[in-house]
Design a protein around this ligand. Sequence first.
Ligand code: XUL
Length: 522
Amino acid sequence: MANLFLGLDSSTQSLSAILIDLDAKKIVYEAARNYDEDLPHYGTDNGVIKNTNPQVVHASPLMWAEALDKLLTTMKTDGVALNQIKAISGSGQQHGSVYLNQKAPEVLSNLNANKSLVENLTNIFSRKTSPIWMDSSTRTECDEICETLGGLQATAEATGSTTFERFTGPQIRKFYKSDPDAYEKTAHIMLVSSFMASILSGTIAPIDHGDGAGMNLMNIQTRQWHPQALNATAPNLSDRLPALAEPWTIIGPISTYFVKKYGFAPNTQTLIWSGDNPNSVIGLGLIQEGMVAISLGTSDTYFGTMQTCQTDPRGEGHVFVSPTGDYMSLICFKNGSLAREAIAEQFGLNWDGFSQALQATPPGNNGKILLPYFEPEIVPNVLTPGVHRFDLDKNDAQGHCRAVVEAQMMSMRIHAEWMGVRPSAIYVTGGASVNTDILQIMADVQNCPVHQFEVTNSAALGAALRAAHGYLLASEPSTTWQDIIAEFAEPISGSEITPKNPTVYNDLVKKYAECEKAIIGK
Ligand code: XUL
């Protein structure tokens, strides 16, 4: 019998699954459901509900639940041996929050398999939509919480990050201030990760230390809720939050809903979920300090494992807990594929055309610079969207393609300086990581080799590997991460992209930093 473990990834634009066979050391099945295409009745655009205020970005938690029914239906139809899966874990887009009323525990523990998840869950919400990581509407609340905790550095030292608009604490505070009645009716606040785990397990699932660190509510040293941060956020918040737990916690057997409806074995174990970035640490095999990864997804993220907790004095980066129990550093750039797609669309290019433009333009782009803040940016902090050109003609299609990628790579180099180490090798993941022209610019700007992976969804793979690790650890305490990830989380051999033109960027990075200062200073 196969040794099967399932990883799910509830991301901004889709829900996907990766099934691994640990004995055969291979991925045996992959599938995804896209919210815009497969669930058009939620009216999303790239997975989110458009608001007239670009700073407000929400999505419907019912949509995430419906996607789970759809994806499992696909798996069942495809003949996947769901009854042989030993354990399931998952990955959620980080920071987004789900608000439930007091009916939730009862409903979750009695899901009716003759109804859909939407029909079962429709009355458990005290807030219909969930603010997600792209929301930047909480500047005031960030300032209030940060001041109460003693300023930027003190907040970062306490919770791993200074206050950020998308982090859950400031979002909860905004909800409490703007709709105190609904806050009063809220009995449980969950993250996207713990909400999905709650559905699967039929319980109020704990939040793992990795995703908990993205809330501005957890003490990054003790890994417990931080009482002062909770008080600075909203009254009686501790009553509304679940337990925090280790990233390898087994929650319990899967809800009978999934046994009856899809044929899972009753003793399939559900593991705690985590955020997409912590999961990617495992999916990319970053279990040693100094290994750096770049994920080119809806957002671009730059992250790596670290042994001791070292916070960013400039307040741009974050410290989370890695699934290994170590720490991880992370910087999130919101205008990732959002910006690359906006440029491609503006000039009517498909990805081949975009790549041809990168090939046709010289490294350094003859000094042409673009600041691509199509959406409010996280790093550097830009609240009002805007695209700024320096020595770049607005009709220069090829120049724009190179300029947007060079901007992203130079911004990563500048804003990762606080970590104190230039990467010696970069492991790259996410949809755009298949594009070797983009990766060549990455290798040149960072002046180090870049390694590609066969699996572009490292978050779902990481979740499947975490499921296997947590499940085996419970019966064999000697289980190591190396045993689990071997042969899965390894770069494609021979895929290394080496720097070809690094020197041109030494000057261009300086010019880019000046342009950034000129715009942000305004
Ligand atoms: C990380 C962040 C994003 C989301 C995207 O801090 O906000 O990477 O996790 O899913």
